[in-house]
Ligand binder design. Sequence first.
Ligand code: HEC
Ligand code: HEC
Ligand code: HEC
Length: 142
Amino acid sequence: MKKSLLLSLICAALLSLIAAPVLFAADAPKDDYVIKAPEGMKTKEKDGKPGALQKAVPFPHTKHATVECKECHHTMEADGGKIKKCTDAGCHDSLEARGKENAKDIKLVENAFHTQCIECHKALKKENKPTGPTACGKCHTK
Ligand code: HEC
Ligand code: HEC
Ligand code: HEC
């Protein structure tokens, strides 16, 4: 009995040693991290001319410590802990400007980020919990 318990404890310890580097494959970036529009991002036309890109968006990971990594990085479990860029090929990789036809297309960079960031901040605001910005100019600051 005792011997088998010891053995399983050793096994568990060894397993956690093997599993740990997979679970913590990539540390979250520091809080000076800024999310920029991907290269080639198109903008809505205004008076026949292409409009300007929005300013970039600072994203502090430590302010989101109450949210599990995989809630935002929703492909990491399936990828064995590997974290992809949201705009990687095959993911949210449509660089089109948002218009009538693609207003709900989650492949669109703008829709992917706005759905995740703004919906969570709004929901928390409703519940009177600490939350993040919901106004354009409070996120697009850089
Ligand atoms: C909670 C933060 C947040 C809020 C609020 C927010 N955005 Fe964004 N938005 C982002 C992020 C993150 C991206 C992806 C990075 C980027 O493209 O700048 C993005 C991308 C975009 C893009 C596509 C690319 C670009 O940079 O031009 C547009 C257009 C945009 N947002 C417009 C708006 C407008 C208009 C509002 C207000 C109605 C708004 N955003 C509110 C976070 C936010
Ligand atoms: C509230 C949402 C959210 C949570 C929670 C979150 N992240 Fe992120 N993380 C992001 C976003 C958005 C980006 C920007 C991705 C991009 O630009 O494509 C990012 C970027 C990253 C990057 C850089 C990816 C790259 O290639 O540039 C790493 C690494 C990362 N996060 C790790 C983590 C880890 C580890 C955790 C958990 C401790 C975590 N994140 C929790 C939203 C989140
Ligand atoms: C699942 C919920 C959730 C998601 C998704 C989320 N946030 Fe937040 N965000 C929070 C919470 C909660 C806070 C408030 C933390 C606090 O003040 O303790 C916050 C705070 C912030 C702040 C304010 C930080 C400060 O200095 O006060 C910024 C900026 C922010 N979020 C940006 C973003 C962006 C950009 C995204 C999308 C890439 C995003 N958040 C996605 C929950 C979320």
